[in-house]
Design a protein around this ligand. Structure first.
Ligand code: BDR
Ligand code: CA
Length: 313
């Protein structure tokens, strides 16, 4: 039976790759719904983008719920400098989505779904700031024990920060929400920058997606051509890091990833290191491990999976 997941996301070109990967894998993953959050771009845009991606995937039946439009306690920080004005810059024209947003708020969808489905049967896949999950846990704490697992893109240890010298974007935008999640006691698997900076695009990898000749493959290649320029210019890296699809790839092929079960805490007070994932990688404290913190990925295997699955859409 396919594993039930909710994708919580702020598309984002790399979020789009993750959504494609999940929607292309129905025998393994049943996407109960997509909840959107303000992050890379404001909520109205992420909610529109999620629906565009579902249409490109040829899955207009996918339900998309708009969630929180601002972090739990702070002003929103966005990342148009990475993702472009729309969040999905790259394709010449972004279509207007035909599918409608669901009426229900994303947070209430998360709460109601966790209450309705058997305990331990729903996995939360988070690809953006953790506002929706933190809010849901604060509003209905009894759902925490019903979550099967949270698999998240967020944080960094050896790679330190990409939005400040100390913090990764998803955690930095809503550190209070991240703090709730890391202290929740849920089974937690984390894809930090340490992993995602190893899942880099290359001309050959993008060409393989474009050569699929499908709407999804061509849109993905167009998005990656745009997305790549930021990391190549800023970090001198070989290509663009495909952060968010690491979450879905882990659910499909966990053997592609390697990491350690460690304690991770979130800095919520310091101005200098706000949003840092303080990862006890070397076990220098006696703090109880609360997360499987990934460190490595088989990048060739990851891109082969992405290309093979996108070919199905
Ligand atoms: C994360 O931030 C966003 O820019 C990406 O979509 C990814 O989720 C990487 O730091
Ligand atoms: Ca994202």
């Amino acid at each position: 039976m396919a594993r039930k997941i909710i994708i919580d996301t702020d598309p984002g070109q790399d979020d789009a790759a993750a959504i494609f990967l999940a929607l292309a894998s129905p025998e393994t993953l049943s996407v109960l719904g997509i909840t959107t959050v303000a992050g890379n771009v404001p909520l109205a845009r992420t909610s529109e983008n999620a629906r565009i991606v579902c249409e490109w995937a040829g899955k207009p039946e996918t339900r998309v719920f708009a969630g929180c439009d601002a972090p739990m306690q702070r002003a929103l920080v966005t990342a148009e400098h990475v993702h472009g004005k729309t969040g999905l810059d790259g394709p010449a024209n972004l279509p207007k989505p035909k599918i409608a947003l669901q009426d229900q708020h994303g947070v209430d969808f998360i709460i109601d779904t966790l209450r309705a489905e058997p305990a331990g049967s729903v996995t939360l896949c988070t690809l953006g700031p953790l506002t929706n999950i933190g809010t849901a846990f604060a509003k209905a704490p009894e759902i925490i024990a019903r979550v099967a697992e949270i698999v998240m893109m967020g944080g960094a240890y050896f790679e330190v920060g990409n939005i400040t010298p100390a913090a990764e974007f998803n955690i930095y935008v809503d550190p209070e929400a991240a703090d709730i999640v890391f202290k929740s006691g849920c089974k937690l698997t984390v894809m930090p920058l340490d992993v995602t900076h190893k899942a880099l695009t290359s001309p050959a990898r993008v060409a393989a997606l474009r050569d699929l000749g499908t709407t999804a493959g061509i849109a993905m290649a167009d998005m990656l051509d745009f997305f790549e320029r930021f990391d190549v210019e800023k970090y001198g890296s070989a290509g663009a890091p495909l952060h968010d699809p690491c979450v879905i790839a882990y659910l499909l092929r966990p053997e592609l990833f390697d990491g350690r079960h460690i304690n991770v805490m979130i800095e919520t007070k310091s101005e200098l290191t706000l949003g840092m994932t303080v990862a006890d990688f070397w076990g220098v404290t006696d703090r109880t491990p609360n997360a499987l913190f990934m460190q490595d990925v088989d990048a060739d295997g990851f891109f082969a999976l992405l290309t093979e699955r996108l070919a199905r859409l």
